[in-house]
Design a protein around this ligand. Structure first.
Ligand code: ZN
Length: 684
């Protein structure tokens, strides 16, 4: 192989010439280079800033190339690419682990932290050192002898248990299916669900299955179960599906009960070894929330404000079903009937009002108003992975500050679903080389909307417009950073309960009349979005808001209780669940409810003692938006001033300072729940 595009300095990737066969040789070579550079540093680990930069230098080429490979996995997937990725992935992870587990590098970082040079570093540099040190400590590098040994064994077992927990949920979900054969069984189901369940029946061996005639195979996968619970008119079938769902992975060979208990025991022990009183305190050590009591207080404020409204929500459902008390398997069904009655519009009706070019124009105009930045198309100036991918530059005061790719359309054959923002290149300037210019950030923004058809541009649903705004919020934090230190520039280094602040903040603008009407224009007639329609969209936003909020409070409070106050081995997890539910639900769970056995977020994902982050971030984003409301949304001058302040704090500083400081720098005080409650129609 003569030229390998993945072996190049950090810069715009050569997407047009990168092939799956380039992956293994390039990554192998970059791993070897990173290892060699690390070993050199370890032999002569200096407690100074140049050593910090040198470690970044050692790993950046590998990180960048591996980032490109992962990006291609998401947007240009193929069997050969998957094989190449699979063949080398474990070695990449090991290579990064050798750095994070390096004792000499840890000692040097600690010496820098405790030495005379530290106080001369900038806040961003100090935070980088502190974060590297904390990460190392939480990886057990500060432990000696038997404690270190126990920690490593325990980490190993925990990771196996979490994998087993997830696999049990997958297997238990797969093990359950219900085949429906009669028309009355599927009464009320939408066409798309009939097609999906007939396809599932065919895949399971019913070669003749059709959407119109069945048979239809129900499963507990969310895309099937979600719409089924909303639309199935057969109450007994809804009950059957509901009961199967809440007892998933709670018995037989896939029983997660003992796995869950053991995970809690090991997490508590891990926290103790690292010097924390509970696992929740360990979890919060790397988050924005100052402590468990602050999270408790926030959840309690939201709970008190939503409980009464959630009871009213339930009474509304009860009125639709006189004579029979609303059961847990009626809630989704009745809510959907109420939604139809109240907001009689469909996502499809709105599509013609949101052609992508008009939406982008409106969005870019908003960015100009708020942040004083100019977005200009630059298609053709950077290689792309697909002809539909757009490329843009971002300028501020006539100066280029960033660029981004926008891959807007769905391509089921090789692009994953959902929407996301990611970094291609991070901003960085070597602070130990005074003449070095800053490397400018480049971002990826990816959505999955309908491609243009029949000469018409891509027409978006309102939900897709919101998603675009959301991802732009992440992208802006990456692109408008002014931080030069790679570890904490852009989205990097932001505590994860604060990561969704800029993204959810941007979503708020979709409910701002001037902004939304400014980006909606009928594709055929050029007509504006009717004001009545805008009002309906706004009203739909708060539909059953209290019930939805209460449900998240239930999960958050339960997660925190299990990781903070509950002592594994003493008392039962179910008792804890019932106790928390008695305060946070208006329709108590069944005695047989074992939903925790399927709660992968906290037992197999990264949300352990962190589920509250959803609500925490919503409080931040609503409170941030309310600064604009306070300034007066129709006062262009004050909106611009507030926007510049948001740009110069939240977007510019990103992870370079503690998020509580960043938030206070913008808002002039700490976060409050008032705005979130008001936006949800729950203000006192
Ligand atoms: Zn997000």
């Amino acid at each position: 192989m003569s030229h390998n595009p993945l072996l190049m300095p950090v810069g715009l990737p050569d997407f047009e010439n990168t092939r799956p066969e380039h992956v293994e040789p390039a990554i192998r070579q970059l791993i070897a280079q990173a290892d060699a550079a690390r070993q050199t540093l370890e032999k002569n680990a200096q407690p100074n800033w140049s050593a910090v930069e040198a470690l970044t230098d050692a790993y950046e080429p590998l990180m960048h190339a591996w980032g490109v490979v992962n990006h291609l996995m998401n947007v240009a997937n193929s069997a050969p690419l998957r094989e190449a990725h699979q063949a080398i992935q474990a070695q990449v992870i090991m290579c990064f682990m050798r750095a994070s587990q390096s004792q000499p590098l840890f000692e040097a970082t600690r010496a820098l932290r405790d030495g005379p040079l530290f106080s001369a570093l900038s806040p961003a540099q100090q935070r980088t050192v502190d974060k590297r040190l904390l990460d190392a400590r939480l990886s057990g590098l500060d432990l000696q002898g038997a404690a270190r040994q126990e920690f490593n064994t325990l980490e190993q077992e925990l990771s196996e248990l979490e994998t087993r927990f997830g696999n049990n949920v997958l297997d238990a979900t797969k093990a359950w299916a219900l085949t429906l054969t009669r028309a009355e069984d599927v009464a009320g189901l939408p066409q798309s669900l009939l097609a999906m369940t007939a396809a599932a029946a065919r895949a399971a061996g019913d070669a003749q299955a059709t959407a119109a005639k069945g048979p239809w195979r129900l499963t507990l996968d969310f895309p099937v179960m979600g719409p089924f619970m909303k639309h199935a008119q057969r109450r007994d079938l809804r009950e059957q599906v509901y009961r199967a769902f809440i007892t998933r992975a709670s018995e037989g060979t896939h029983d997660n009960t003992p796995v869950m208990e053991r995970i809690l025991v090991l997490r508590a022990r891990k926290a103790a070894l690292l010097g924390f009183k509970t696992y929740a305190e360990l979890s919060l050590a790397t988050k924005m929330a100052p402590g468990v009591s602050e999270v408790d207080r926030l959840l309690e404020e939201l709970r008190t404000a939503s409980l009464g409204h959630a009871q009213q929500d339930l009474a509304e459902l009860q009125a639709l079903q006189p004579g029979s008390p609303v059961a847990l398997w009626d809630v989704e069904f009745l809510s959907e009937r109420l939604r139809e009655a109240r907001f009689n519009f469909t996502e499809e009706e709105l599509r013609p009002y949101f052609p992508l070019p008009v939406v982008l124009e409106g969005l870019f105009a908003l960015l100009k108003r708020l942040f004083g930045i100019t977005v200009t198309p630059a298609n053709g100036t950077a290689p792309v992975w697909h002809k539909d991918v757009m490329f843009f530059h971002v300028d501020r005061d006539g100066q280029r500050v960033a660029s981004f790719y926008l891959d807007a359309y769905s391509r089921p054959e090789n692009k994953r679903g959902g929407a996301w923002a990611d970094e291609c290149i991070s901003r960085r300037r070597r602070l130990d080389v005074s003449t070095a210019p800053a490397r400018l950030p480049v971002g990826y923004l990816c959505c999955n909307q309908t491609p243009p058809v029949e000469g018409k541009p891509s027409l978006m649903t309102f939900r897709e417009v919101e998603t675009l705004f959301h991802e732009f919020g992440h992208g802006l934090q990456h692109m408008l950073t002014t931080v030069d230190v790679a570890d904490v520039s852009g989205m990097r280094g932001v505590e994860w309960d604060a990561v969704e602040l800029p993204s959810q903040f941007m979503e708020n603008w979709c409910y701002h009349e001037e902004t939304l009407l400014g980006l909606a224009q009928h594709v055929d007639t050029g007509a504006k979005l009717p004001l009545a329609m805008f009002e309906k969209l706004k009203a739909a936003k708060t539909f059953r808001a209290a019930s939805i909020m209460l449900r998240q409070i239930y999960f958050s409070a339960l997660d925190l209780e299990l990781h903070h106050r509950f002592t594994p081995g003493q008392g039962s997890i179910q008792e804890v669940q019932q106790r928390i539910a008695s305060r946070t639900t208006v329709l108590p769970p069944l005695a047989q409810d074992r939903f925790l056995c399927g709660f992968t977020h906290i037992f197999a994902g990264g949300y352990a003692a962190g589920y509250y982050s959803y609500k925490w971030a919503e409080v931040l984003s609503a409170d941030a938006f309310s600064a604009f409301e306070d300034a007066g949304l129709s006062d262009a001058t004050r909106v611009a001033a507030t926007g510049r302040r948001f740009r110069d704090t939240v977007l510019a500083l990103g992870g370079s300072a503690h998020p509580m400081e960043v938030f206070a720098a913008f808002r002039g005080r700490g976060p409050q729940t008032t705005a979130l409650l008001r936006h949800n129609g729950l203000a006192a």
